[in-house]
Design a protein around this ligand. Structure first.
Ligand code: GLN
Length: 596
């Protein structure tokens, strides 16, 4: 087994997840079978109880594991399905070691960080690296191990020690360390500064690790003299010093690596140079370039609780991008803080209230993401009412579907106090109730279509069922389904019992879809989630013009295949709420990426 370990230094938020995933994509393009392990050095056992304001969104895997966004990046970049074991946290390792201690598994020994925690880390990596993630039999050939956090963090010390022992134990040509660092430009003449990287490599060496490659985040490609200086001071050959300079969107990163022959350097170190083929990334490059050339905008208002937190809705953003590339629209996202839509904000901060309503009314489509707790729910209900009454395309995800039910019950059924018991335990009209199982429903579940004569079934390619990932506790109250249906809500998808409502539509509306699952978690570049394609197409006036009518364009229920973009079009990936155009996922060195 060959290991590529990716560490990161100087500051957090450099995009080492994107770097690690792109290395994976490039090695896969070289014909290798690649797997991935993410190490999060924090003590939480997983992301279940973490707020999106801590570490970005909580991403859900098929097996119900709740993890951070780097596993999400990896799944999307390599189109694979990972499991909870592909994510190591300090909490998991300690739990494992402490459980073994309770069972008497250490035979009377004093249990210590070295060797017991460090051994457990190495054993975990060696065990999980052998499990295939690409749906094929047999072992992967390369395992990418990404160490989260920044070199020098106290939390990551045991992991650094474990990796250092691991590199010492690994046979020649089995271990390659890529260190992602920062080369900032701080003076007015634009000189690229190497000192932060030098210091970071020094810390790495003190911890017993020697980088084979340096991947340097920078605004522009590294100058030749800067590479020479880094090479000399960090003892890394200059063909192994890679510029991770700003690119218009993250899908360019794999070709950025290939252009600098990063794959040759890694394969050389791993002793695989002669076994592999020249990497071909035509599909990637096509998507990356198409995204840059999109011109006609589509504006989507995302009405959420964490709209000021970067990465809190990362998979939603990515799924909208995947869909907008297919629909050939330049995605413009207006992040609308849900609570600003509320009447209370109108009294306290009229400017914020006016701004939020301005964004909502200026949008071509509205998306209400998932969420927990009552924060912003009032504003979400107002947003869904606006979308329903004004025929604005709406996609409600989990909580977004639940607020649509509350709004409908209140406005159309006239049940003024209708609510979810999550927000009002004693409500007279509980239209959403805790599922009898009570524990969180999390992971992949099957939704069956009740009819093919609905937008979602057609978008999914007229399949009978679809597996999607869930993360929720509440469901539509079965006792209120009949009343909601007789007033016009169509529940077009249910679970296998037929009693639990999973998808709702308003048939007379151009596009009003609510789902209890999270379709964003399975969206991939080139294979957008069909319901996101529906939202973007409807918001661009394209839904009737072809997306629903051309099931031939739907590949395995995964959505239409990308179309060619007219040459000469200009514009780029997406613009944020302020209208500023940005790269994706903080690949810019300035602003949000550094602030993270
Ligand atoms: N809080 C709601 C529930 O638990 C919605 C969850 C979500 O949006 N993921 O059912």
């Amino acid at each position: 087994m060959k290991y590529v370990v990716v560490t990161s230094g100087v500051v957090s938020g450099l995009g080492n997840g994107v770097a690690a995933s792109s290395i994976g994509a490039v090695l896969k393009a070289c014909g290798l079978r690649v797997t991935f392990i993410e190490i999060d050095p924090y003590l939480n056992t997983d992301s279940r109880t973490m707020s999106p304001s801590e570490d970005g969104e909580v991403f859900v895997l098929d097996d119900g594991s709740e993890v951070g966004i780097d596993l999400a990046n990896y799944e999307r970049f390599l189109d694979v399905e990972l499991t909870g074991d592909n994510n190591i946290t300090a909490g998991k390792i300690y739990q494992h070691v402490l459980d073994k201690e309770r069972r008497g598994g250490y035979l009377g020994k004093t249990v210590q960080v070295i060797p017991h925690i460090t051994d457990a880390i190495q054993e975990w990596i060696e065990r999980v690296a052998l499990i295939p993630v690409d749906g094929r039999e047999g072992r992967p050939e390369v395992c990418i191990v990404e160490l989260g956090g920044t070199i020098g963090d106290i939390e990551s010390r045991p992991f650094m020690e474990a990796l250092s022992q691991f590199s010492y134990r690994a046979e020649d040509n089995n271990f390659c360390l890529v260190h992602v660092s920062l080369v900032p430009v701080i003076d007015i003449v634009g000189e690229q500064k190497t000192k932060p990287t030098q210091c970071s490599v020094q810390s790495l060496r003190e911890l017993g690790l020697k980088p084979n490659l340096l991947a340097c985040r920078s605004t522009t490609p590294l100058n030749k003299n800067v590479k020479e200086k880094l090479s000399q001071s960090c003892h890394v050959p200059d063909n192994c010093i890679i510029s991770l300079n700003n690119v218009p969107n993250i899908w360019h990163v794999p070709s950025l690596l290939i252009d600098q022959k990063c794959h040759e350097a890694i394969l050389g170190i791993l002793g695989l140079a002669r076994l592999t083929v020249e990497p071909k990334l035509y599909v990637w490059m096509d998507i990356a370039r198409t995204c840059d050339q999109l011109h006609a905008p589509v504006r989507i208002a995302v009405v959420g609780k964490y709209t000021n937190v970067s990465n809190a809705y990362q998979s939603i953003l990515e799924a909208m991008l995947h869909a907008s590339v297919v629909c050939q629209r330049r995605l413009v996202v207006d992040w609308v803080p849900a609570s600003d839509l509320d009447i209370e904000t109108a009294n306290e901060s009229p400017d914020l209230h006016e701004k939020a309503w301005g964004l909502l009314k200026g949008a071509d489509g509205v998306l209400a993401p998932g969420g927990f707790g009552h924060g912003g729910v009032g504003g979400k209900i107002l947003a869904v009412k606006y979308a329903r009454e004004n025929n604005v395309p709406y996609l409600g995800i989990c909580l977004g579907m639940q607020v649509a039910i509350i709004e409908f019950a209140r406005s159309v059924l006239g049940l003024k106090d209708a609510n979810s018991t999550e927000f009002d335990a004693g409500t007279r009209y509980p239209c959403l109730i805790e599922m009898p199982e009570v524990t969180m429903c999390v992971g992949s579940r099957r939704t069956f279509f009740r009819t093919m004569d609905c937008k979602s079934a057609k978008l999914y390619g007229s399949v009978n069922y679809r597996d999607e990932r869930h993360r929720r506790r509440y469901e539509v109250n079965p006792d209120m389904v009949g009343e909601l249906e007789s007033a016009g809500v169509e529940f077009v998808g249910t679970d296998e019992t037929g009693d639990r409502m999973e998808i709702l539509e308003l048939p007379w509306h151009p596009y009003f879809v609510g789902v209890q699952f999270h379709p964003e978690f399975r969206s991939r570049p080139g294979k957008p989630s069909p319901l996101f394609t529906g939202l973007i197409a409807a918001s661009s006036g394209l839904l009737d013009a072809g997306v629903l009518q051309s099931p031939a364009g739907l590949e395995n229920g995964n959505g239409p295949v990308p179309m060619k973009v007219a040459s000469g079009a200009s514009g780029s990936g997406y613009a944020n709420a302020s209208g500023l155009e940005e790269g994706l996922l903080g690949l810019h060195v300035s602003g949000a990426a550094l602030a993270h």
